[in-house]
Design a protein around this ligand. Structure first.
Ligand code: PMP
Length: 460
């Protein structure tokens, strides 16, 4: 690749590259940030600036950048067999080995996997599989899949439909038929209801699922899908009471329970699976991102016994699949990635060491006058910026306070994301305590700078 100046990269980018979730014209006017290289938890842009990546790329580079074993695994597989498909009664050794390893890493009811290339494709597979399952049960009326407002399940037609992002539904005629949504279990956004503890609120929020099932008619409801901890929605950690109650409701009505583990899987929450941390037993689990630490694309669905048995024993041909289902290079990288996670004990490290340490350091940020609440789960964290700490009153959305804070983060060399006025992090699982200190120091400075802006502009 020829070296070019930042301006030259930006000009070529603006001419030809339509970025995801981007106002194309606004970005062209401003110029994209060009990231050129990375190591461990650090990125370097085309101006040579070093940036702490507190988002692990996009919630995926869990083992950090520059891990030699993953690079070598990809290279070796590219040389040996860069591609072969799994369609025509064929398979490749890396795909078989990864399927075997995933069965070992998941709860005992999971013995099968369906591979795809991304989280979105995984969730498209979920829709096809869940509806096929009910057809095979002789209950074809069970088509309705319930998700949550502000949930995120990807950007394909099915993924965006399952998700509850109103802006996404507004473009392209979504949701597709037979998808419904309930409110998210977001205690703070529900105004920290007086007289209702977090745990009681969790039970109430699960009750919204029961209400929706009864409203639709239980014989119409196929599945409920949710992220154990909502990621893109703003790192919303539900009360501990929520998921076990959701499980009881699904069991009561025979509804399949789907855990979207695209962010939470592979150790992010301090267990291999977010559903383990949150205490529920899903029938299906979507995964992507952390399976390869994002080094190459891979995703899929872990298929639990109930669904697998029907598909295998009664189903005949399942008319679904992708060219890259079980891509050998992606699977080889996943194998190297998972072996590294195991050998380094990264999941235990999140549970026992860096996860609790992040919680401790974030608890200190909670005292800040502009912080309404902080939440963490493993190595995911959220900081809710508020106008009034005592009442929890929010800033007017049009002020874009979260974006102001995010701007300061970029300038200070920190990647932290803003979801409205909720600032979120999900650093690589290899982050050290000293690096967490550095990250929290930067976060504090950026919140201070944002508060100074808010004061100068008369927003507080
Ligand atoms: N599910 C969840 C929970 C996600 O966070 C994402 C991506 N952020 C997806 C699905 C979609 O994954 P992809 O972008 O790989 O299609």
């Amino acid at each position: 690749m020829a070296a070019r100046s930042t301006r030259e990269w930006q000009a070529a980018d603006a001419r030809h590259f339509l970025h995801p979730f981007t106002d194309f014209q606004a970005l062209a006017a401003k110029g994209a940030r060009i990231i050129e290289r990375a190591d461990n938890i650090w990125l370097w842009d085309s101006e040579g600036r070093k940036i702490l990546d507190a988002m692990s790329g996009l919630w995926c580079v869990n083992v950090g950048y520059g891990q030699r074993e993953l690079i070598d695994a990809a290279t070796a597989q590219l040389e040996r067999l860069p591609f072969y498909n799994a369609f025509f009664q064929t398979a490749t050794p890396p795909a078989i080995e990864l399927a075997e390893l995933l069965a070992e890493l998941t709860p005992p009811s999971f013995r099968h996997v369906f591979f795809g290339g991304s989280g979105s494709e995984g969730n498209d597979t979920v829709v096809r599989m869940v509806r096929r399952y009910w057809d095979l049960q002789g209950q074809p009326r069970r088509k309705l899949i319930i998700g949550r407002w502000n949930g995120y399940h990807g950007s394909t037609m099915a993924g965006a439909s399952l998700g509850g992002m109103a802006g996404m539904h507004a473009q392209g005629g979504l949701p597709i038929p037979d998808i419904a949504h309930i409110e998210q279990p977001h205690w703070f956004a529900h105004g920290r209801p007086a007289g209702l503890s977090r745990e009681a609120f969790g039970i109430e929020a699960a009750g919204w699922l029961q209400r929706k099932i009864l409203e639709a008619g239980p014989d119409r409801v196929a599945a409920f899908i949710g992220e154990p901890v909502q990621g893109a929605g703003g790192v919303i950690v539900p009360p501990a009471s929520y998921w076990p109650e959701v499980q009881r409701i699904c069991d009561r009505h025979g509804v399949l329970l789907v855990s979207d583990e695209v962010i939470c899987g592979f150790g992010r929450t301090g267990a291999w699976w977010g559903s383990e941390t949150m205490g529920f037993r899903p029938d299906l689990m979507t995964f992507a991102k952390g399976v390869t630490s994002g080094y190459v694309p891979l995703g899929g669905v872990m298929v639990g016994e109930r669904v697998a048995k029907a598909l295998i024993e009664q189903g005949g041909e399942f008319e679904h699949g992708y060219t890259y289902s079980g891509h050998p290079v992606a699977c080889a990288v996943a194998l190297a990635n998972i072996r590294l996670i195991r050998r380094e004990g990264l999941v235990e490290r999140v549970a026992e060491d860096v996860g609790p340490y992040l919680a401790e350091r974030f608890a200190e940020l909670a005292a800040h006058p502009m912080v309404g609440e902080v939440q963490t789960c493993g190595l995911m964290g959220a900081i809710q910026l508020v106008k009034d700490k005592a009442s929890g009153a929010a800033f007017a959305p049009e002020l874009g306070v979260g974006m102001v804070c995010r701007g300061h983060c970029f300038e200070q060399g920190l990647i932290m994301r803003a979801v409205g006025d909720r600032m979120i992090v999900a650093p690589p699982l290899v982050i050290t305590r000293a690096q967490i200190d550095e990250m929290v120091g930067l976060i504090r400075r950026c919140i201070e700078l944002t508060l100074a802006d808010a004061r100068a502009r008369g927003w507080v």
